[in-house]
Ligand binder design. Structure first.
Ligand SMILES: C[S@@+](CC[C@H](N)C(=O)[O-])C[C@H]1O[C@@H](n2cnc3c(N)ncnc32)[C@H](O)[C@@H]1O
Length: 222
């Protein structure tokens, strides 16, 4: 008989034999070709750290993940929904994931994903224009940002206005998108300086061996 060890390492995030997983909110459906495990009547989707920076950060020891059941998450740079689908699993039916994406092609995949996940709200917009999508929105609990653009710090600051004080923001900072000539460490330091008036850094980490191009940072809104 094959026994699998399952441990909940953060609310809604599991380790199954050392691989990360979330409980599938859309039973029977895969999002990006991930493996599915059915154990004790529960369907888990394995969460690939090579495809998702949040999974990589969790495996590298990210502390106190503030994305939980019922959380309202503003997701900037959702792409086709790989990471967003796992956040949708974690927050469940009582939470929401507002996904901002400015690529038409990615938005088509996201719209498809929404058919089976009612807690994902796609927003086809530029994350530099939060007034287009935050107008009447309630404050969100968490910002998750993964936009590969030059003005990543500005995008965080202007969207940060929808965050409650002390709420968390998780940011995958891509130095190559900000500057190809500067030393990545200097780019990261500059990012921290630029957001320091609005955010306090809680934790930061590189994501090797899963990803070589980003610094993953966790902040608290001042
Ligand atoms: C690295 S990908 C995100 C991957 C995704 N977070 C995941 O883990 O599944 C970056 C995404 O940000 C989007 N993006 C870049 N600049 C943006 C902007 N200003 N507003 C909205 N989306 C943007 C890109 O179109 C791309 O889909």
């Amino acid at each position: 008989m094959n026994f699998m060890e399952i441990k909940e390492i953060s609310q809604g995030v599991f380790k199954i034999d050392r691989r990360l997983a979330t409980v599938n909110l859309a039973k029977g459906e895969k999002v990006y070709g991930e493996d599915i495990r059915r154990i004790g009547g529960v369907e888990y989707r394995l969460w690939d750290p090579y495809r998702s920076k949040l999974a990589a950060a969790i495996l590298k020891g990210l502390k106190n993940l503030q994305i939980k059941k019922g959380s309202n998450v503003l997701y900037l740079g959702a792409a086709t929904g790989t990471t967003c689908s796992h956040i949708s699993d974690i927050v469940g039916d009582s939470g929401s994931v507002y996904c901002v994406e400015n690529s038409e092609e990615s938005m088509r995949s996201l719209l498809n994903l929404c058919k089976s996940r009612e807690n994902i709200f796609p927003i086809f917009s530029d994350a530099r224009n939060p007034e287009e999508y935050t107008g009447s929105a309630e404050k969100v609990d968490v910002i998750y940002q993964d936009v590969s653009s030059r003005d990543q710090s500005l995008i965080l600051k202007i969207n940060g206005k929808v965050l409650r004080s002390n709420a968390a923001a998780y940011v995958a900072i891509k130095s190559q998108s900000i500057s190809v000539s500067k030393n990545p460490r200097e780019v990261y330091r500059q990012f921290m300086r630029e957001v320091s008036g609005d955010f306090t850094l809680s934790e930061s980490m590189t994501l090797e061996p899963f990803d070589m191009k980003h610094l993953f940072a966790s902040f608290r809104k001042r």
